[in-house]
Design a protein around this ligand. Sequence first.
Ligand code: SF4
Length: 214
Amino acid sequence: MFEEENPLLPVSWVADYAFCQWAGYAFFTGLENFEQKNTVYQDSIAGHLSVHEQQSRYREKGIVQKTDVSLSHDMLYLTGKADMVELWPEGKIVPIEYKRSVPAEGPHFHHQVQLCLQALCLEKQYQKDIPEGVIYSITSHQRVPVPLTPLLREQTLNLLSELKNKLKSGNPNMFQKRNDLLCRQCTFFEICLPPVFFDELRKTSSDFADQEEF
Ligand code: SF4
């Protein structure tokens, strides 16, 4: 993948990179199979069952909800899936991303980046502006709106460009590790951390098991 001039990047992997550069690197290099061991990942998969099949549902007020929607953007070299896209009768399009939970202080930045990338793809596909997306909390059934502001779009495109440059460099050392307590919830926790930090973290994070996903 590193040799390709413009590899197609799955939206979800770019969001993982926004959470932790090394996690993004691990996905790009095929280490994602480790996620089968991660209980947070398994919970998340279970919560996504209702949207991991292509369907169209008809809701009140003429809203159509499409699930498991394919995404692409030929100029940005993006591919991927949206959990759900709502098509409103007046023409509004709303990408909806399912997450296990949403912090009280608001959606994680990398989840906002994921929505923003989805919106960029959908804007290209539908030739329409998409000013807002939604994070849906699987545990609380809450819809949390995420304004797709010029700042978020700029941050997202900068991240994408940074990631592409790092992939082109072919240097894995350019991918920094997050190394904080949220690592405990990461798919790659057991394979990526330096042993000292791993032991240290394991001692201090025994009460961290029920925290939100990354
Ligand atoms: S364990 Fe932490 S540093 Fe390692 S990939 Fe996950 S988030 Fe990044």
